[in-house]
Design a protein around this ligand. Sequence first.
Ligand code: FCB
Length: 404
Amino acid sequence: MLHFPQNFLWGAATSSYQVEGGNSNSDWWHWEKKNGLVNSGPACRQYELFAQDFELARSQNHNAHRLSLEWARLEPQEGEFSEQELKHYIEVIDALVSRGMEPVVTLHHFTNPLWLSDSGGWENPAAVKYFLRYCKFVVSALAGRVRFWITINEPLVYIYHSYILGVWPPQKKSVLSAMRAEGHLVAAHIKAYRLIHKLYNDLGLDKPNVSIAKNVQAFVACRDNFLDRLGTILRDYWYNIRIIDKLTRHNAIDFIGLNYYSRQLVEVKNWGIANLIMDTCSLNHHPLKKNSLGWDIYPEGLYNLLICFKKYNLPVIITENGICTDDDGLRWEYIYGHLKQLHQAIGNGVKVAGYLYWSLLDNFEWDKGFTPRFGLNEVNYDTYARTPRDSARKYAEVCKTGAI
Ligand code: FCB
C-alpha cells in the first residue's frame, strides 16, 4: 500500500460552462450557435442538480471539489451585478461545505461575459479592471466559505486556442493579439491575487490560498538529436515554466495548481522559431496508449514535472488530471498510474496537497461537444441520470483510505 499525506485533498473538478447549462450570457454560447457547433444547451443541468451531484461526490468519499463561477451570470451586463446569481453560488458553495467538501473555486474558466468579448475581450486592457471588479464582488461574498481560489484556468491553453490557432472565440490568429491577451491575463491574476489577500485581511480571515490552474505537458524528444532536444527545452520553459516563474517572482502565488493530461512528442522539422516551438511527431513513433481524443497516456511525465517544480518550494495541487475513454478499465489504469507517480514525487520531497480528477461527470468538452467521456460518473444526456462507473468506485476507495 502507498499512503498519501494526512489531510490530502481528494476529489474531482468541473467548470461552470461545461456542466451547468443555459449560460446564455457567455461568449461561447453565442459563438457555438454562430458556427453551427454542438450547443452546450442544458449541458449536465448542474445549475439545478448541484446538490444531487455533490451528494454523489460525498458518497464517493471526496473531501474536496473544484468548480468555477460563470462570470456572465454574475455580471450579465457591464457593471450590473446579479444578487440573485450570487445567492445561487452561495447556495452551491454551502452545499459543498455542509457535506464536508473543501471548495476550490475558479473565477475564470475559458468563457467570458458576451459584453466583455464585444468590447475586445482580453486584448482590451480594461479587461483587467473589469476582472478585478468581478473578483471583488464574488470574493467579498464567498470569503468566509472558501479557502482555495484559482483566478484563471490554463491561461496559455486559452490563448493558444483563441488567439494562435483561432479555433475558439474570438478566433484570432495573431501572435500580437496573443501576446497582448496573455499580458492582460497575467496582470489580472497578479492584481487579483493581491486583492483577494487584502479582502481576507480586511475581513480578519486567515490567509487564503490563491493560484492559477496551469496546464503542463510532458515534452519528449522524438529523436536523439540536437534539434529535438532544443525544441524540448524551449517548450518546457515557454509552455510549462515561464508563467509560474513570473508569478513566483511577483510573490503572487500560494500554491501551484497543475492540470496534467499528456505527452507531446517533439520532432522539429526545420530551423525556425515556429518549428522549434510547435513541430510534433505525426508518425506515432514511440507509441503509447491514448485517450479517445488521441492524447498519449504518459504518467511519468507528471513525476518529472513535479520534480521540476520542486525548486519553488510551494505546495502543489493537481487541479486536473483525467482521461476521456469508452474503456473504463483504462480510466482506472490512468488514475492509478498517475497516483503512483504522484506518490513517488511526494516521497522525493514535493509538497503535493491534493488531487482533483477531471471530471466528476461526463460533460460538455468545448469544441468537441459531448462525445469525449471524462467522467467518473456517466451522464445520460436524455434523462440526465448519473451512473457511477467502476473507476468511480475504485477512486472512492482511494479517497476513503488515502492510499493506493
Ligand atoms: C482542460 C480544461 C478543462 C477540460 C479538460 C479536458 O484543458 O481546463 O476544461 O476541457 O482540459
